[in-house]
Design a protein around this ligand. Structure first.
Ligand code: C2E
Ligand code: MG
Ligand code: MG
Length: 757
């Protein structure tokens, strides 16, 4: 996986994780808001219950007070005590026995007595002297209706009080006077505070229609909150309107639940009318106070969740950071050479691909150290490594802009040069090598380190090549350069490469080819020059692989001679020839003699003679139908031993031919030393004869033919391509001609079809 893909994956993972975190967050906010809603609902229900309870208590207190006055008035009626002398004292006593701060009785003339717990008694008092509000309720009471005043500041008792007024009826149910009593608002304090309702959090207040707080009972840590909520805000015109519209709504409804913001806190407010004097019970609770446990739970859960989220996000960031770091390390490991710090081949190939999109001409060079393993052995790995690092440094210094390099492994350095001129490249590489090549000195040795290089020039116009192919070619050029003495740089050569490739194929496939019978028998006719009849044929091997083109002997015989495989091949071909003659004989076709090429090594094989004898035996083919072609060079080296073997073969009936006579160090000694039956004059004679010195060659050839004839040796000329060639050799007295004029070598089957039927 490359760096880009790793980063892409990482980015995708981060996005997914963030997505998950965002989803969790959204779900959590959803849950929180649901919990919040239900908490609000619970709180509103709780506050409604509380407010109603307080309202009930206040109205009960008022009822109780009216009841007290009513009892007293009944007492006044039946005894008509109002007219007695000690009425004032009785009123005083009655006042002492209940919780009113003062009481008064006014007769129908509007005058009467007022008693107060603190200020004593005041007789002959006219109710019209009292303030307007009290006068109002008094008049209501004179009309026969009980009435209750609003709160007012009393000048008489110097307190904020309210007054009850109850008509007193005589026995005829006519109003005979008004009994009134006053009380201050603290009376309700006890009532409200006596036994808090439910959990009783927050504050309870009694407010009038103007939003004025008449009485406040605060249990929370902020007792002024009611004032803040109402009194302060009521100064503002708009807030006043708000409060009034709120109270207006409350008047219509049984109660109203709302939220108010004050300072940084949010308050829940429940207002319910007492339905007496425009009084309202107002319950106020801050969010934290109502449903304390539930709130605490929500808050704790929220905090835990947030902490968890923060933890998860931190972990995520840590993991991402680690992965990114890891990726970087991995990328470095994947693309960097650990020893020199240079790029490795993978990165080099990546760079090459990228650069090829812009450049269509460049050069790829592979640099190598001659016998680097000796450097390792002599100076040790540490020193050798240091040297490799120096090479990397040296290369870096010599690279131009947009050029790059890498170390593949060991002492293999790959360079990309933005050059296309062989001469310039040669100069640059030479300069680089001059800088890098040093003499390493050890206690015992001074070791001159040498470098060599292979290069391939790329030109897109010659055809697009893959990176791999370019590198393979550069490697080949480097390998080839190593074999060239004194050469420091070799440019890739297609021809050499092909032949090397072929050599490699031959070496690795020859055994398999023999087993698969890929070596096939081809025959080339040998014509009698006297009458033009078929005088014989030469067996020539063809390698026909399954998966590639036919391979001609020139591409593998020299290699087989070097690696010794030609012994096996020659034996195989000899047997094929025996088989073919046998097949003709079996088909009733009169056979012709066939020549088989025998390599030098055959004659050094201990089983050679035996093998040939066995073939004669096995196929029952007369040995004189087989001509063994030997090369003249053979005679030069081991004439004695060769002669012995040839003699033996001739005794067995085989005919011996000397092939390619005149192509190498032809020596007439050969003719003198070896007992042969046939002499094959090399194709080069005919080639030379068409040249300037043709006449001289013709005379030499004529003499050779005559000499051979005089020794009873049959002559064959190879390479007869034109009718003039045939004419010429016929005139020179040659017996047989072989060449493309008659036929190219053809498969045994075709030869049989063409010549043997
Ligand atoms: P060679 O034995 O001298 O065979 C004659 C070569 O000359 C053949 O090449 C043949 O195709 C070629 N030739 C024949 N007529 C003409 C002509 O008119 N013009 C030209 N230009 N060439 C002509 P081939 O088949 O490629 O064989 C090359 C050599 O390989 C042979 O030379 C022989 O030395 C060797 N060879 C072939 N088959 C065998 C084999 O089975 N065993 C061994 N040891 N060597 C073999
Ligand atoms: Mg031959
Ligand atoms: Mg030949």
């Amino acid at each position: 996986m490359n760096e880009k893909r790793l980063n892409k994956k990482l980015f995708r993972s981060i996005v997914i994780c963030l997505g998950i975190a965002a989803t969790i967050l959204m779900v959590w906010f959803g849950v929180l808001s649901m919990m919040n809603d239900s908490l609000n609902e619970m709180m509103s229900e709780q506050m409604e219950t509380e407010a109603r309870e307080y309202r009930r208590r206040i109205t009960r207190q008022i009822d109780k007070d009216f009841q007290t006055l009513h009892t007293l008035s009944a007492f006044f009626t039946c005894e008509d005590v109002t007219k007695s002398d000690d009425f004032d004292d009785s009123l005083c006593r009655a006042n002492q026995n209940n919780n009113f701060i003062g009481m008064a009785y006014f007769g129908m003339d509007g005058t009467g007595t007022m008693v107060q717990k603190e200020n004593g008694m005041k007789t002959q008092m006219d109710y019209r002297e009292l303030n307007e509000m009290v006068q109002g309720i008094m008049e209501k009471a004179y009309r026969g209706e009980p009435a209750l005043s609003d709160l007012f500041d009393s000048t008489i008792v110097s307190d904020r009080i309210f007054v009850y007024a109850l008509p007193v009826f005589d026995e005829q149910k006519n109003v005979m006077g008004v009994l009134s009593a006053g009380n201050n608002v603290e009376t309700f304090e006890e009532v409200l505070a006596s036994d808090r309702v439910i959990n009783g959090t927050g504050s309870v207040s009694l407010v009038n229609e103007e939003g004025e707080v008449l009485l406040s009972l605060s249990e929370n840590d902020d007792p002024d909150i009611v004032k803040e909520l109402f009194e302060s805000s009521l100064d503002e015109e708009e807030e006043q309107k708000d409060a009034e519209s709120l109270l207006g709504t409350v008047r219509k409804e049984e109660g109203i639940y709302t939220h108010l913001d004050c300072g940084k806190r949010e308050y829940h407010v429940y207002l319910t009318p007492v339905k007496v004097n425009g009084w309202y019970v107002m319950c106020i609770n801050s969010r934290g106070h109502g449903n304390y446990v539930a709130n605490q739970m929500v808050n704790t859960l929220g905090s835990v969740f947030l902490m968890l989220l923060v933890l998860i996000l931190s972990l995520l960031i840590c993991i991402c950071h680690m992965i990114a770091k890891n990726n970087k390390n991995l990328t470095e490991l994947a693309y960097q050479d650990a020893l020199t710090g240079a790029d490795n081949l993978l990165r080099f190939q990546g760079n090459l691909t990228a650069v090829r999109k812009m450049e269509n001409q460049f050069c790829l060079v592979i640099l190598n150290v001659h016998q680097f393993k000796f450097v390792n052995e002599i100076f040790g790995v540490k020193e050798a490594n240091r040297f490799l690092c120096n090479i990397a440094g040296g290369i870096e210094e010599h690279l131009g802009e947009e050029e790059f390099f890498c170390r593949e492994s060991g002492d293999n350095f790959y360079l990309y040069l933005k050059e296309d001129d062989e001469r310039v490249i040669r100069d640059r590489i030479e300069a680089l090598m001059d800088d890098i090549c040093i003499t390493m000195v050890d206690e015992k040795v001074d070791y001159q380190i040498l470098l060599y290089a292979g290069a391939v020039l790329y030109d897109e116009r010659d055809g697009v090549l893959s990176n791999e192919l370019l590198i393979t070619r550069a490697r080949f050029a480097t390998k080839y350069c190593k074999m060239l003495p004194g050469e420091f740089l070799h440019f890739y050569d297609e021809e050499i490469h092909k032949s090397e490739e072929m050599e490699n194929y031959v070496e690795t496939h020859m055994h398999q080819a023999l087993e698969r019978e890929e070596f096939q028998l081809f025959l080339q006719p040998k014509m009698d020059l006297e009458d033009g009849s078929l005088g014989g044929a030469e067996a020539l091997v063809r390698w026909v692989p399954e998966d590639r083109d036919i391979i001609y002997p020139g591409a593998f015989i020299p290699q087989f001679e070097r690696n010794g495989f030609c012994v096996q091949l020659d034996m195989y071909m000899a047997e094929m020839v025996f088989k073919q003659i046998r097949a003709w004989m079996d088909e009733g076709i009169s056979p012709i003699p066939i020549s088989v090429n025998q390599s030098k090594l055959m004659f050094f094989d201990a089983h050679y003679i035996r093998f040939m004898a066995d073939l004669v035996e096995k196929y029952q083919v007369p040995a004189n139908l087989i001509t063994l072609e030997i090369l003249e060079g053979l005679a030069l080296e081991h004439a004695k031993e060769l002669n012995r073997k040839l003699e033996r073969l001739r005794e067995m009936g085989f005919r011996i031919s000397m092939d390619d006579f005149g192509s190498g160090y032809a020596s007439f000694n050969t003719l003198a030393n070896l007992e042969i039956d046939e002499l094959k004059l090399d194709r080069s004679f005919l080639l030379e004869m068409s040249e300037e010195k043709g006449g001289r060659y013709a005379r030499i050839m004529g003499n050779i033919i005559n000499l051979a004839k005089s020794m009873g040796i049959v002559t064959v000329t190879e390479g007869v391509e034109r009718a003039e060639d045939e004419e010429l050799i016929r005139n020179l007295g040659c017996d047989y001609g072989q060449g493309f004029l008659y036929s190219k070598p053809i498969s045994a089957e075709e030869f049989t079809r063409r010549y043997m039927r």
